[in-house]
Design a protein around this ligand. Sequence first.
Ligand code: ADP
Ligand code: ASP
Ligand code: MG
Length: 412
Amino acid sequence: MTLLVMKFGGTSVADLARIENAAGKVAREVARGHDVIVIVSAMAGETNKLVGWVNQTSPFYDAREYDAVVSSGENVTAGLMALRLQEMGIPARSWQGWQVPLLTTSAHGAARIEEIPRANIDRKFAEGMKVAVVAGFQGVSPEGRITTLGRGGSDTSAVAFAAAFGAERCDIYTDVDGVYTTDPRITRKARKLDRIAYEEMLELASLGARVLQTRSVELAMRYKVRLRVLSSFEEVDDTSGTLVCDEEEIMESNVVAGVAHSRDEAKMTLISVADRPGVAAAIFGPLAEAGVNVDMIVQNISEEGRTDMTFSCPVDQVARAERAIVAARDEGRIQFADLVADTEVAKVSVVGIGMRSHSGVAARMFAALAAEGINIKVITTSEIKISVLIDRKYMELAVQALHDAFALDRAG
Ligand code: ADP
Ligand code: ASP
Ligand code: MG
């Protein structure tokens, strides 16, 4: 008997008809002889609604109660999915995170999975249960409190279950039929990839392609989980969708595999800070303490012992970043002439393991942006990616221009 993990995202369980459709896909795998662990998200829009309720009730909320509230959307879909499967004559039951138990750290709102003991679910499979329906996105802390894994976290639940139970594969059912060269909502030329390497998927996810949560790709890579993304709205078979796998299993040889974007970025510049040892530490220490996720950092060439320091962070963290920097100045830890925030920027990135062995990718990227008259504000590179910060209003145009420049509509 082989075990499959099947995860259904919010749009795929958005109403009772869609839950029935998803249950049909599960029933098919059961009929083919699989035991199945189904991971469900909350119905589309539910988690956003719950987050809104928390913010309205308590702006500086207790994160433990935030998790208690926002995890609840998944409980509803898990129960409904189990009921639907039972109506189809399939032995199924639902599990909330704490019942499994899915053990996590205590980092509420962004907890990490520590362990998934198998005994409870294994016992039920041994007794004849065919499908364990597990509420995604949630677990339980060492203190016995409900935790959540960060937005999009059901993907990570799914991969963690696949790893813990040695599943044959982890299938992520969603509203697109696979991983594309870029978000198919931005350009119709986006091309579905049959396969993508773990490393590339990891970069694309962390740079904004929300089709998989970053942490889920990390786990899949670490535990060699065969991870597949496919459509819950189409007929599928074993070859459908996109397989995330080792780079050795991939024949395609495009230098750039895909283009990612992240819309809600901000750029902050401290003007005229002293250029001496310890200054960067004095700026980024307080930002880290305040929980600001600093991404890109640029320090300009100094003149007469002064320099400008620029960094980027998510736009909804600008107020927190400003507060931390001003407090550090008031305490005498840093000095600067002015603090300027640009909250109208976006990040666009090209990703590909081919960059390790090919030069000229940056030049081609910058030329494509220049041809559209798009100004680059900040640049960062790593071994397999190049990211630029640009005006948000040009984001779609930039993605399209880069997609064309690297001929991503054609397989290499
Ligand atoms: P779910 O609710 O199933 O988890 P998400 O909305 O989290 O679905 O992720 C699917 C969405 O990811 C797609 O609708 C698509 O707009 C977006 N997306 C962004 N980049 C890509 C990409 N490179 N390939 C496929 N989808 C992408
Ligand atoms: N429902 C959660 C969210 O919207 C988790 C998920 O769907 O993966 O973020
Ligand atoms: Mg998702």
